[in-house]
Design a protein around this ligand. Sequence first.
Ligand code: ZN
Length: 435
Amino acid sequence: MTESHLRASALTFTDVPDPASGRGYRYLTDAVLTFREGRISALVSAEDFLQAGGDLARCEHFPGGLMLPGFIDAHVHAPQLGVMASYGRQLLDWLESYTFPEEARFADEAYAGQQMERFLQALLAHGTTAAMVFSTVHTHAADALFEAAARRNMCLIGGKVITDRNVPAVLSETLDEGLRATRDLIERWHGQGRLRYAVTPRFAITSTAAQLQLAGELLSARTDVYLQTHLSENLLEVQKTGLLFPEAKDYVDVYDRHGLCGPRSIFAHGIHLSERELDLLATRGCSVAFCPTSNLFLGSGLLDVARLRRHGVSMAVATDVGAGTSVSMLRTLAEGYKVLQLQGQSWHPLDALYSITLGNARVLQLDAHIGSLCPGKDADLVIVDPSRSSLLAGRLETCAGIDERLFAMIMLGDDRIIRRTYVAGVPVFDGPAPI
Ligand SMILES: [Zn+2]
């Protein structure tokens, strides 16, 4: 049985971290992580490893490196790398001007295949080992996404967009086509290896009530399948949704009355929600994905995280690429911190790093398998090396303790500091060797 040993410092979480008491996380300045057959078997200090008869010479050593659980992106669009950084629009115009034309290109199977490969390589190069992902409306594009993830043995929740109104003709499908294709994709991919399926209406505006109803029926028949969609991102979108669904009490009610609100439902954004909507999300066990770079970029608004927490709504963290401006979860946390600062709130670096690892794993109900460097879990991990950014390396020299170091790493780090990424114990990305 092949066993691998990695040596570096390590940070992992057992629960929501409490920096004051030191509970909820483990930080080891010199650690050995052991895994075999794709699963973590031990995380111990180098000293304990030696005392137990281990041979440090057998460890692959990353001096100055930090091992972390692989990052998890809770909301991202695989077909949108090509529209990142597109100028001058807010949500609805942005979709019309940039997103729909780009997603239409995925009708070409070869293009779809190439882009899905490119997307997953981008995730891994940024230390992201698992994600909840939108594909396009095309069935073959969703197949290409799942095939590419299966080849890398990645943990991925994905779904084909279903839509039966308010999109260009090239992206439209009938109600029956969308649902039939979704059922087929669930049969093909859900539960295959590390893959899961999410029913994926783009948002309420692009689905009729009949389609949302059928999506809800599908979810009630398959309670292990997820739902991913958008919610209350932009004020004009909220207004338009109200006009399209006059019978609904509010935006959340549009989804709830069709059976789309449950503990496996992840709603991106949720910025402009009423008290009633937040209470209902909490009651149903739904989660909101905080997408700070996207919310700033499209001028959508600032998510009031404290308010969300007060209502007991669980929160995931996500890039929302291509409206998001970085694939990096570190950049996402840095912008999230600023969004909170603008509202007089703060985000402790330990809590931020918890959010993109064990926190997101819990929201996605994948924490039995991923999210921490804990024996029995899949060996999805990232080794960061802050010395690869000279600015960050210089800043770390003036940091007093681990909290300050982690905060500097979040604020100044990005894909340049990703030294290596592992998926189920296999190295899948190597940054350039240290100088
Ligand atoms: Zn999105």
